[in-house]
Design a protein around this ligand. Structure first.
Ligand code: ATP
Ligand code: MG
Length: 306
């Protein structure tokens, strides 16, 4: 057989329609018939409450594009030591709210904001914007490594944090150690230690996303914003990143937007459910998933799981 040819495809003849398994268990154990394999919503460990500390506060925030208010009067805390998941249907304002936390929303022409967002008690609009974006760092849905080596992706972020004086950036021992540390925290170092000079674009999608997380971590942010970070990834890469998120929570406040309710169930300590720009329900993940207080939350959760 020609080694360059793909293997032959074996077609399986079906003599009847494939069987579709009925819903297994309910996410809230209440037997509402929703589909969630039990292993898929095993909760990862919970944080030690003594380590939880408020970093940011979103207070009565309204956000608009032109005349259209797409986030309406949202109040939420963002805490180190825990993961906050923003959930809700498409168009409910999750990304808009997330991007407002490091003032990315204001890049959009016509965007407006009312209310207050603070970082360590200071209104974010009074902070220098680059400094804010270093302290509140964002990872996007599609991994977007820079077209340079793995090492340079992280070193670039580090050098931005400590700009070189006049001369070209040198690969100093200090920089190298800091880059390694960021790659370790992102759970990537062991896999790529021998390939630091390879192009980042040659990594797998899951590795690229962890590289983007390493790049975001290199600046030692206080808050990490993740907008559907696993939606382009396979289940194994997703599991690796979920474990990473839970580990990072000890040192960084994490806000994750996800459409995957099983993921929110596994990683989040608090959940905020948004609907048409409004915050319908906010509470500990167990409460929101197991005993939602609002009918709309119940409908969304059972619909999305079921
Ligand atoms: N740049 C923009 N200009 C105008 N309107 C926008 C812009 N970005 C988003 N919107 C509108 O704002 C509303 C909220 O959008 P947003 O992207 O925040 O929702 P989302 O909850 O993140 O949705 P998804 O789950 O699909 O990502 C939507 O009605 C959307 O059409
Ligand atoms: Mg979005």
């Amino acid at each position: 057989m020609d080694p360059l040819m793909p293997p032959p495809v074996r077609r399986i003849a079906l003599d009847r329609e494939p069987h579709i398994a009925p819903p297994a268990t309910s996410p809230n154990g209440a037997g509402s018939g929703a589909v969630v394999p039990s292993e898929a919503h095993r909760r990862l460990t919970r944080p030690d409450p003594a380590t939880v500390r408020e970093r940011m506060r979103i207070e009565s925030v309204w956000l608009a594009y032109g005349e259209n208010w797409v986030v309406r009067d949202v109040t939420l805390p963002v805490r180190k030591g825990e993961v906050l998941a923003l959930i809700g249907a498409s168009g409910s304002g999750k990304t808009t709210l997330l991007r407002s936390l490091n003032r990315l929303t204001e890049i959009t022409a016509g965007a407006a904001r009312a209310g207050r967002i603070t970082l360590e008690g200071e209104e974010i609009h009074e902070l220098e914007v680059n400094d804010l974006r270093r302290r509140v760092s964002m990872v996007f849905q599609q991994p977007n490594p820079f077209p340079m080596s793995i090492y340079d992706n992280v070193a670039y972020a580090l050098a931005e944090q400590r700009p070189p004086r006049g001369r070209r950036r040198r690969r100093t021992a200090e920089l190298e150690q800091a880059a390694q540390e960021a790659l370790r925290r992102a759970g990537l170092y062991d896999e790529i230690a021998a390939d630091l000079d390879r192009s980042a674009l040659k990594l797998s999608g899951g590795q690229q996303q962890r590289l983007c997380i390493a790049r975001a971590l290199a600046a030692e942010p206080e808050v990490l914003l993740l907008d559907e970070p696993c939606s382009a990834l396979d289940p194994i890469s997703t599991a690796t990143i979920e474990e990473l998120i839970v580990r990072l929570r000890e040192s960084v406040a994490i806000v994750i937007v996800t459409h995957n309710l099983q993921q929110a169930f596994r990683v989040a300590d608090h959940v905020a459910f948004m609907h048409l720009g409004e915050l319908i329900e906010y509470g500990p993940s167990e409460q929101v998933f197991d005993r939602p207080s609002q009918q709309r939350t119940r409908d969304y959760i059972s619909g999305a799981f079921g």
